[in-house]
Design a protein around this ligand. Sequence first.
Ligand code: DQA
Length: 146
Amino acid sequence: MKILILNGPNLNMLGVREPEIYGKATYAQLETYLREQAAERNIEVSILQSNHEGALVDAIQAAYQTADAIIINPAAYTHTSIAIADAIKSVSLPAVEVHLSDIRQRESFRHHSYVAPVCIASVVGEGFAGYSRAMDLLLERFKSSG
Ligand code: DQA
């Protein structure tokens, strides 16, 4: 199984950025964690972080017929981007939305997600472990549909 993992703007600043919310671990540590968790599950991953909405849209489109599923933390674009939601819908791949923090417990502008309706699940507030939960959800879905 091949999964595209996308991380949106400012996630490259993990470790520096608001550690009281996002923790002290760096983006490099997140990537290492994702590769380890994927290897344990026999999942092939392609990981991209971008601060640019169009680059995230391009990556989602490139996943069409090359990946089996998407895990995405669109970061602030969660709350603004119809383009990212449309791209996920366009490629018809099962996608899981992940947020390190619990966006439901934060400012009201973070409560709405444009991507949630095009994802099979949203995992919030579990830190790095949210990504491994997303992998498990996608694996389960593949087992039950295969
Ligand atoms: C985030 C939550 C978003 O509201 C915020 O803009 C981010 C990170 C998270 O992982 O908790 O950049 O997606």
